[in-house]
Design a protein around this ligand. Structure first.
Ligand code: L34
Length: 287
């Protein structure tokens, strides 16, 4: 029976530390950090995540505005909003919640965000920084995954890590971050031949596919560390569930994260960390 790592608990601890830190900022630097979040349309999942981000800002003392734009917003209108935020010296972080409506090209939008304010770490300049081990902003979910492993001092060096999923947001960057920690990394995906066998080799298994409970117990080695990044709706009950068949996999894993209460809250606390780090760069403060 695995030890459950609570991302929720860890994110609460991290937010408490950030709150203390932020409480000294106004006096030291003359203003508070500010995060601007843009939400286009009203996708219920996006609304829920964006609400969570605003709530976290409020808890920590980060100023937040959520700019809600209608589904019919044109790409040009969205780019104009971003340009205004780029120029506003009081805004430290800009986040455009994904996915965007189909008529908007996400790459053009991501490229328009000033890299110094790109708290998601999605801009090509920040992506390149990760790949070249240069200073930049790390994406929130992968950063949260590494923090979860480190919170239990789980060794990464020399371990075989299998990342299932190859998205720009999670799979690719977390694979690179695990590689930088000297793991032996395999990236598996929908075309991987004999996925169960590949997964069974993992000491650290990262599930980031977006398919409810697709990682079953037969795909997990005894004693593996299993990190579930999926946020899916159960097709039958409509309840939130991960990519991992938690009830069965927990009997085999040594450590496991849950959904909800796992990587989701860590994504948000890492977003807060990124916002504070951008702010400190902007005000010339020390980290
Ligand atoms: N630009 N778009 C941009 N940045 C991001 O970092 C995201 N993401 C993903 C979707 N689009 C994005 C998020 O914020 C996914 N994501 C996210 C954030 C928070 C949570 C889940 C996904 C989260 O807090 N999950 C809770 C449950 C929330 C609920 O009940 O709906 C959990 O405990 O897992």
């Amino acid at each position: 029976m695995a030890i459950i790592i609570s991302g929720k608990e860890l994110s609460l601890q991290k937010k408490e530390i950030m709150k203390q830190k932020v409480s000294t900022f106004e006096e030291k630097y003359g203003r508070l950090p500010k995060l601007s979040v843009i939400l286009v349309g009203d996708n219920p999942a996006s609304v829920s995540y964006v609400t969570g981000k605003g709530k976290a800002c409020a808890e920590i003392g980060i100023l937040n505005e959520t700019i809600k734009l209608p589904e019919s917003t044109t790409q040009e209108e969205l780019l104009n909003v971003i340009e205004k935020l780029n120029k506003n010296v009081l805004v430290d972080g800009i986040l455009v919640q994904l996915p965007l409506p189909k008529h908007i090209d996400s790459n053009s939008v991501i490229n328009a965000i000033k890299p110094e304010k790109d708290v998601d770490g999605f801009h090509p300049q920040n992506v390149a920084a990760l790949y070249l081990k240069q200073k930049g902003i790390l994406p929130c979910t992968p950063r949260g995954i590494i923090q979860v492993l480190d919170s239990k001092n789980l060794p990464i060096q020399g371990k075989k890590a299998v990342v299932v999923g190859r998205s720009n947001i999670v799979g690719l960057p977390v694979a690179k971050m695990l590689l930088d920690r000297n793991a032996t990394v395999v990236i598996a995906h929908s075309k991987t031949y004999n996925l169960p066998e590949v997964c069974r080799e993992a000491d650290i298994l990262i599930a980031a596919v977006g398919r409810a409970r697709m990682i079953t117990a037969d795909m997990v080695k005894d004693g593996a560390v299993v990190i579930d990044v999926g946020v899916n709706r159960d097709p039958e009950t409509g309840k939130l569930c991960g990519d991992v068949d938690f009830e069965n996999v927990k009997e085999k894993a040594s450590y496991i994260t849950k959904v909800p209460g796992g990587i989701g809250p860590m994504t948000i606390s890492c977003l807060m960390e990124n916002t504070i780090e951008c702010y400190l760069e902007h005000v010339g403060g020390n980290k």
